[in-house]
Design a protein around this ligand. Structure first.
Ligand code: SF4
Ligand code: SF4
Length: 171
């Protein structure tokens, strides 16, 4: 009997997607959330901060069951900011609207979860879910083009040191 191989159906993002982070900081704040850290990422963070692993854990991490997340800090507006979210005040320039930026204070060692946003499984599950996420992330559907191959490499990345799957902007 001859088997008919059915080619896999193209995903809805087969023509690629656009994303460039605008440094609005929305994805690093809001309601309570989690920024998961692997053992390796905690070690890299400790090295980056010049602290021991124990001190890094005590100051910046929290244990949730078997997993570890970064801590959060409550902003004056009542938002749960990632402990490493930093506000860069706007530079006043004549004739221009000054906007402050919110950036990652540990950008070189930010964890995989942050590096691979917005190409997460949940966002890629459907165009509707992608567009829903884009309501809070002005960088989505704009800027740099990502091919399907690159999107899936980011979505499936197991870690980042050798070939950082950085997505181009702050995230
Ligand atoms: S990834 Fe999106 S939500 Fe996060 S800071 Fe960049 S533009 Fe804002
Ligand atoms: S990008 Fe940086 S500030 Fe934002 S959630 Fe990740 S670690 Fe925290």
């Amino acid at each position: 009997m001859k088997l008919t191989v059915i080619p896999p159906k193209d995903p809805w993002y087969a023509d690629g997607l656009s994303f460039t982070c605008t440094c609005c900081g929305n994805c690093c704040t809001g309601g309570p959330g989690f920024v998961w850290m692997s053992d390796e990422e905690i070690d890299r963070l400790a090295e980056h901060l010049g602290l021991s692993r124990d001190e890094t854990f005590k100051q910046y991490c929290r244990k949730l069951g078997q997993k570890v997340s970064l801590k959060e800090k409550l902003s004056p507006q009542g938002n749960y900011d990632c402990i490493f979210l930093e506000e860069i005040p706007a530079k006043k320039e004549k004739g221009k609207v000054a906007l402050s930026r919110r950036v990652c204070g540990i950008y070189p060692v930010r964890p995989l979860q942050c590096r691979t946003w917005p190409f997460w499984d949940g966002n890629l599950a459907s165009k509707q879910l992608w567009d829903e996420a884009a309501k809070r992330c002005p960088g989505m559907n704009d800027g740099r083009h990502y091919t399907q191959e690159r999107i899936e490499a980011l979505r499936d990345a197991p870690d980042w040191p050798d070939k950082p799957p950085t997505s181009g902007g702050r995230k």
